[in-house]
Design a protein around this ligand. Sequence first.
Ligand SMILES: [Zn+2]
Ligand SMILES: [Zn+2]
Length: 123
Amino acid sequence: MWGDSGGSGMSTDPRLVALRLAGNWGQKVERGEMELHNAFDLLVERIAAVVPAFRTCPTCGMTPCPDPTFCASCREADQKIAASRNCAQCGAGGATEPHKNNERRWIVYLHPQCVRFWRKTHR
Ligand SMILES: [Zn+2]
Ligand SMILES: [Zn+2]
């Protein structure tokens, strides 16, 4: 069964699967059963699962990333900053998320579980 990512019993080379699917989608487009852009998006998605360079970069949002080394160093720096941040509600560190403080117009960092407590006293 293709479409399964990982899992047991997967013996088919994912590159071959991508090629087979591409052929299948190509026929569908030619028969008018599928839009070209839909088929192509699926193809890019499928290739991205095999070739890392085709993945959308989580940092700059480009596919492929024009400068993976730069983006990797940005992510690292971000993670360091994130690790040194403390939650505006409880004061502890850890995985906080940015939230907009509409009263003061700045960004506060909060644990997901602290947001509702913080929202009681802030807007
Ligand atoms: Zn990037
Ligand atoms: Zn907290």
